[in-house]
Design a binder for this molecule. Structure first.
Ligand SMILES: *[C@@H]1O[C@H](CO)[C@@H](O)[C@H](O)[C@H]1NC(C)=O
Ligand SMILES: *[C@@H]1O[C@H](CO)[C@@H](O)[C@H](O)[C@H]1NC(C)=O
Ligand SMILES: *[C@@H]1O[C@H](CO)[C@@H](O)[C@H](O)[C@H]1NC(C)=O
Length: 823
């Protein structure tokens, strides 16, 4: 389907001149294993009727299905640039009747950050494939209150019926046809219009928090009459009930409205609902809360909050009931920031509780668990916050579940991973259970920067929330994230071209972590904070000179700065504060910059920059990459396409057919001595990921319908200089993928098209633009016989024919490509 769209656009665009052929090549794509999730897991849901069936949802990295070996399989990797907001999963429902049916409420933000409305994704095959049912409003998978839930529920007695609780005051919605179409439940109280508005993200109303069917009120085959709905509201009624399948609603009598109800979990055998409350919507907040048990038959509420007084300094999030052992329940502190998270367990419906850990005499504690992070050792017992104790148990704990078929098997989600175990009943006997980091297969990091130096580890990453890594293996998780300094989020990373073990990375402003620039001289194993960095400077992009002596830093709020030999950074006033930057990888004194339509060059180690050339009509350059072997051979991606210069930016060729480009990278050439393979996240008759082995003349599309990589403009690329064809894609929510070409690159399809070569020269204030347009086609090399019509007949690294069949002349196109065009 994508291919078809691509060809259609190619034909349609024939009047706008370009030359190239796009074919596709099968790539194998795998996650670079970080192995521990890496971000917030707001929801985990077990199917109550099919043993072993469970799913997890994440806020920026899609949904996952649990495997029998406790690992997880991603379900939404098909989400491409147009469907990037599918990776924000605000609610998940697994059908208790036809268990192969799965529903996901997706959409990233309810504010302007995401212009798109949400959708219910519907699967009838356990998440292997989905159809989308569009909603007339936004869904906020990465909004405050995303750990409440679930907002989406399937009627357990009549599974064609679903209810979905919207955000933003949009009310309660119902489907009677397995999610295909939705209508608003207008009888639902308008309290959602005035519901709690979170403080963050434009203070949008969190709206409906959860929908819980009381299965016991109905009979199989008929709609369930009694449904409870929790609303993110405090100070007035926030739990409502219908006893007639949604025709009329009333506030549940006797409820305590002091806090926001995060979860309402049914214990069917007890005919009870357990509700966790917090004073904030979460996931980061909560300093007070409570837990209540509602006896449905008696219509009575009981406060069963496990702690009180000064022990209560958090709200409550996750609630789990053991369907095998009625009355056995667990609740999680939503955020107990110090000294660690906390989980409580009761075997008597909340009358008495025991804890996951306890103080003996401060600062000693009894930990009633054995901790293992062997699947993600970088999580470590001292993950991130080394000053505030060992937060092994976690934080942002909204997802807490006990396997409905196995009282020993439990899982919970945190701000960083999933933990779980298979000996939970030991809690009630020896009071010592195993706790394992069990997010294997879940990769939900937001990647900020990637490099693949020519020696040392093949990949180093700058990662949101968890710092970054030297990936000495792509298939086993790293042992530790970067440290000294340790930042939550690293913004960028670069290596020195002539001394590739010298690496620079920058952070985004963890004030507690001091300098936000650091250097490594051993490929990222050990680090030294950059002593010349001011404490209040952070973020942006960074480049290091070929010899490793000079760091050029385009900060997020303090302009462009430069430092040589660890001296204090000084302002570079000749480069705009919006510039993208790069270092030459061969000549230590050379740096590049781009801003608007201007390309800048520095030949004095970044002290001063001057406009060297023009990037056509570009208004927003994205990335500069440099051919590591040739000083002055640079590529620039922009909102108006892809530009190539071989003279340090004095003149640029606009690469034909590329209408917009984001991340770009150069990697090992197809043939020894040839031009580096060029990779681009770009619009080449359609948005995708492409490779060119001939410096931008012909392209192969390397991603497929199963690998969309989300938002193209958010992603970063690097290509391996040691392995031809290998590219790394850092996504905004699904971690890092690496792709390898499967078999030989196919010949480009012969495609009639036209070409324009634009070279723009800026001399002083005069800019001249040359355009040449030819109608042409291109085809694959044909060995030592003369090249055929429109075939390649020369270029750096070219070993094929250098003459053309009769009627055609070998014509220079660029240093890397000559082509047989009609004589
Ligand atoms: C409602 O909950 C708050 C907070 O837990 C508590 O202080 C208050 O006493 C409760 N009100 C009633 C009537 O139980
Ligand atoms: C639980 O078991 C682990 C491993 O044997 C041990 O280190 C820990 O001290 C035990 N916890 C308690 C409270 O006995
Ligand atoms: C950074 O902090 C220093 C010292 O506190 C101060 O002099 C300087 O003005 C600050 N710079 C900016 C851009 O805020």
């Amino acid at each position: 389907m994508l291919k078809l769209g691509l060809l259609t656009v190619l034909v349609a665009a024939a009047t706008s001149p370009f030359v190239h052929a796009v074919s596709s090549q099968i790539y194998t794509w795998k996650n670079v294993k970080i192995g521990g999730g890496g971000g917030f897991v707001p929801g985990i849901v077990f199917n109550p009727t099919e043993k072993g069936l469970a799913y997890a949802r994440t806020d920026i990295g899609g949904a996952y299905k649990l495997n029998a070996d406790n690992s997880w399989t991603a379900l939404l990797d098909f989400a491409d640039d147009a469907r990037w907001n599918y990776w924000g999963v605000d609610a998940l429902a697994t059908d208790p009747v036809q268990t192969s049916r799965l529903y996901l409420a997706t959409g990233m933000y309810t504010n302007s950050w995401d212009p798109n409305n949400g959708q219910i994704l519907i699967s009838t095959d356990y998440g292997k494939t989905f159809a989308a049912s569009p909603l007339p409003f936004k869904v906020g998978g990465n909004m405050p209150g995303r750990g409440m839930g679930e907002r989406l529920a399937v009627d357990p007695n009549s599974n064609g019926i679903l209810f979905f609780g919207a955000r933003s005051g949009n009310g309660l919605w119902k489907s009677t046809n397995f999610g295909a179409t939705w209508t608003q439940v207008t009888s639902f109280p308008s309290t959602v219009d005035t519901s709690f508005a979170s403080l963050g993200y434009n203070s949008d109303k969190v709206g409906i928090a959860w929908v819980t069917f009381d299965k016991t009120s109905g009979t199989s085959g008929s709609p369930t009459p009694r449904i409870f709905v929790g609303v993110a509201n405090k100070g007035s009624s926030n739990i409502f009930v219908t006893n007639n399948g949604g025709t009329s609603w009333s506030a549940v009598a006797g409820q305590n409205t002091t806090f926001i109800p995060h979860k309402g979990v049914l214990s069917p055998s007890e005919k009870a609902i357990y509700v966790s409350y917090s004073d904030g919507a979460g996931p980061y907040d909560g300093t007070l809360g409570s837990v209540y048990r509602y006896d449905i038959a008696a219509s009575t509420w009981k406060d069963i909050t496990p702690v009180s007084g000064s022990d209560l300094y958090f709200g409550f999030g996750g609630v789990a009931v053991d369907l095998q052992k009625p009355g056995t329940i667990m609740v999680a502190a939503l955020n107990s920031w110090w000294p660690d998270g906390q989980i409580f367990r009761s075997t008597d419906s909340g009358t008495t509780w025991s804890r996951f850990w306890e103080w003996t005499s401060y600062p000693d504690m009894n930990k009633y668990y054995t901790y293992s992070d062997s699947l993600a050792p970088w999580l470590g017992p001292n993950y991130v916050d080394t000053t505030a104790g060992d937060k092994q148990i976690g934080w942002m704990m909204e997802a807490l579940v006990i396997d409905p078929f196995d009282s020993n098997h439990w899982l919970y989600g945190t701000g960083a991973t999933i933990y779980g175990g298979q000996d939970l009943l030991k809690w009630d006997t020896t009071h010592n259970v195993s706790l394992n980091a069990w997010a294997d297969g879940i990769e939900e990091t937001a990647i900020q920067g990637l490099i693949s130096p020519p020696s040392g580890p093949s990949l180093l990453s700058a990662v949101g929330d968890i710092g970054g890594f030297a990936h000495t293996s792509l298939t086993t998780p790293p042992k530790a994230s970067f440290s000294n300094p340790t930042w939550a989020t690293a913004a960028d990373i670069d290596f020195a071209g002539l001394q590739p073990a010298t690496i620079v990375r920058i952070g985004t402003g963890d004030s507690s972590s001091g300098k936000q620039c650091a250097l490594s001289y051993d490929s990222g194993v050990t680090w030294t904070p950059h002593s010349g960095a001011a404490d209040n400077v952070s973020g942006g992009k960074v480049a290091i000179s070929a010899d490793g002596s000079t760091v050029l830093w385009r900060t997020s709020a303090n302009g462009v700065q430069v430092s040589s030999n660890m001296a204090s950074f000084t302002t570079v006033s000749s480069l705009p504060s919006s510039a993208v930057i790069a270092s030459d990888k061969k000549t230590a004194s050379v740096f590049y910059g781009a801003s608007g339509s201007s390309f800048y060059l520095s030949t004095d180690s970044g002290k001063t920059f001057a406009v060297k050339g023009s990037l056509g009509s570009s208004t927003s350059p994205v990335k500069i990459v440099v051919n590591t072997g040739v000083t002055g051979d640079v590529w620039v991606s922009t909102d108006k396409g892809l530009f190539h210069s071989t003279d340090s930016g004095a003149t640029f060729t606009a690469i034909s057919g590329v209408t917009q480009a984001w991340a770009i990278a150069l990697g090992a050439p197809a043939k020894s001595g040839g031009y580096p393979a060029l990779f681009a996240a770009a619009n080449i008759g359609g948005v995708g990921y492409f490779r060119s082995d001939d410096a931008g003349v012909n392209w192969v599309k390397i991603n497929d319908a199963a690998h969309g990589f989300g938002s193209a403009s958010s992603n970063v690329l690097t290509a391996d200089p040691r392995i031809y064809g290998r590219v790394y894609i850092g996504t905004n929510g699904r971690g890092i993928f690496y792709g390898d070409a499967s078999g030989a690159a196919p010949p480009p399809t012969t495609t009639a098209s036209t070409t324009t070569t634009t070279s723009t020269t800026t001399t002083g204030t005069t800019t001249t633009t040359k355009s040449t347009t030819t109608t042409t086609t291109s085809s694959a090399p044909t060995g030592t016989a003369p090249a055929g019509a429109y075939g390649q007949c020369g270029g750096q690294g070219w070993t094929g024919p250098t003459t053309c069949v009769a009627g055609y002349t070998c014509t220079y196109s660029n240093p890397y490509y000559s082509q047989c065009v009609p004589s």
